[in-house]
Design a protein. Structure first.
Lengths: 244, 289
């Protein structure tokens, strides 16, 4: 297996609070790796550390073999790492089309025309401001924006958050489609069942440390564990997982 | 009487256009970098004096173009070497830094060009009145207002239609996400700072033609520019433009009826705006929070 992204021993702090306690993970090239865990487990912090937004105090982040743990986020993105942040973070004061013009223009197959083919809804609303979009449209825009960077790796932070079930399915289909485009995906999610359905490999995080890792199929097959995790009652499920 | 009012309104518009030009530069820098640039008036002075030095070599028109660009380059260097270091820190640092810079520029100007004011002449074609009845509307005054209008339109076009402009507008609300999309936000801030300084330099060249040169000439423009931002609404460049014109005209009109209050009127307007609509005329809510 070739790792597109490899993180080792990440220790990340917010001010004085120690959030990540030596997180290590790998994302295999051309596959979907999902990062699961309850609220506050450190999933978002892990992505922010990988992206250079909250740089780790210790540890290494290698992306296609290049050490990037101390790089500013724009340099990491410029190497081909697309980021769909938690809460979508679209620019509310810009139109849809302007939102799509913000990312760096790396060469590649994705153009605004192609984005409009994939998301016809965005073309219909291209002159609307970001703040006028529905949650689902905002999510599409956030993904579209990251794709326009022509990323080799795509990191998504809870893309299904706050969306209606039908739209959630749609979002997961798009994420799965990215894999067939050859993009390596790192997916942070609360929606355990659907994530495991599309993912190849899974990590479970708790209290800033990896407590389980294995093929997504294996984790999905363990109905008791999945049920405990999907049940979302935090305390009981983390204990039910064997430490890897 | 009506001619007097017209005179003062015209005057107010011209002064207001300067306030707006300065305030828009300040606003650009404040919005993207969170720095209140107290040295902005200093860059106006640099622009004016550079045009004075360049005019013998390049003529009025050459200096009008080149001096603001040189000012912008100086601004770019200042951002790279000094201003950049205070981003993301307590606002006190940037206030102290730019306040200090303002003093350094003012005294530096005195060292280089002398403490005495210098007269500046403009081409004869621009200096004569257009009509006898409206003796106060000289060609140069119209020219100043036209140049300010052209610059502001150009700036709005750049912000709306170029990728860099769109990125600046995006960065105003969420610079972190702009960075995560691969945009070198350090370079973006430098560029944005230089554009703001370019506007100050241009204002200096234009003002020199009307008022002559003086090392303190930036001081009187700075406070009204801040007021223009507050009246127009922090975060909105259109609001800033409106705010500048409004306080200029208000000061002009007040000068007719109650001359001694013409300076105070802008503070009164600011107080009213802050009481009735704290975010300013066109400001976005929570812009600075």
């Amino acid at each position: 297996m070739t790792a597109a992204l490899k993180a080792e021993g990440l220790h990340t702090f917010y001010g004085k609070s120690h959030i990540l306690h030596g997180v290590s993970l790998e994302a295999e090239e051309g596959k979907i790796t999902t990062l699961l865990g309850r609220n506050g487990a450190g999933k978002t912090t892990t992505l922010r550390s990988l992206m250079g937004l909250t740089p780790p105090r210790e540890g290494s982040v290698q992306i296609f073999g290049k050490e990037m743990a101390r790089w500013p986020s724009f340099r990491i993105a410029a190497e081909g790492v697309g980021f769909v942040p938690e809460g979508r973070r679209i620019f509310p004061n810009l139109t849809v089309e302007e939102n799509l013009k913000v990312p760096l223009e790396r060469p590649g197959p994705w153009t605004i025309e192609r984005i409009y083919k994939l998301f016809p809804r965005l073309e219909e609303r291209k002159l609307n401001r970001g703040r006028q979009l529905s949650g689902g449209e905002q999510e599409m825009l956030s993904i579209a924006r990251a794709l326009l960077l022509n990323p080799k790796i795509l990191m998504l932070d809870e893309p299904s958050q706050g969306l209606a079930p039908l739209i959630v399915r749609n979002v997961f289909e798009i994420v799965a489609q990215m894999r067939s485009e050859g993009i390596t995906v790192l997916l942070v999610e609360q929606n355990v069942r659907m994530s495991l359905e599309i993912a190849d490999y899974a990590y479970v995080l708790d209290d800033g440390a990896v407590i389980y890792s294995g093929p997504a199929k294996e984790l999905a097959a363990d109905e008791a564990r999945v049920q405990a995790m999907a049940g979302a009652s935090a305390e009981d499920w983390s204990d039910s997982l064997p430490h890897s | 009487m009506s001619q007097l009012i017209l005179f003062n309104i015209t005057n107010g518009l011209i002064v207001g256009a300067f306030y707006a030009l300065m305030a828009i530069g300040l606003s650009l820098i404040l919005n993207l970098s969170g720095v209140i640039n107290f040295a902005h008036g200093g860059f106006l002075v640099i622009g004016g004096y550079l045009s004075y030095t360049l005019t013998p070599y390049l003529g009025f028109w050459g200096a009008l173009i080149v001096a603001p660009f040189l000012t912008a380059i100086i601004g770019w260097l200042v951002e790279r070497l000094l201003i950049r270091r205070v981003y993301g820190r307590d606002p006190l640092y940037s206030l102290l830094l730019t306040f200090g810079l303002a003093f350094i520029i003012e005294d530096g100007t005195r060292q280089i060009w002398g403490a005495q004011g210098l007269p500046v002449s403009v081409p004869a074609a621009l200096s004569k009145p257009l009509r006898y009845e409206f003796f106060f509307i000289t060609g140069y005054r119209l020219f100043m207002v036209a140049m300010v209008a052209v610059l502001i339109v150009l700036l709005f076009v750049l912000l709306r239609y170029t990728r860099s402009g769109i990125r600046v507008r995006a960065g105003t609300l969420d610079l972190e996400t702009v960075s995560a999309l691969g945009i070198n936000v350090r370079a973006l801030r430098s560029l944005n700072f230089s554009v703001g300084i370019f506007l100050a330099g241009f204002a200096g060249v234009l003002a020199a033609g009307q008022l002559g040169l003086d090392p303190n000439m930036g001081d009187g423009l700075l406070m009204p520019s801040f007021i223009a931002i507050i009246v127009g609404g922090v975060g909105s460049l259109t609001g800033t433009l409106l705010g500048g014109l409004l306080i200029g005209v208000a000061a002009g009109v007040t000068a007719v009826f109650f001359p001694s209050a013409s300076d105070a009127i802008m503070y009164v307007m600011m107080a009213i705006v802050l009481l009735v609509r704290p975010r300013g005329l066109l400001g976005e809510e929570g812009m600075l929070s």
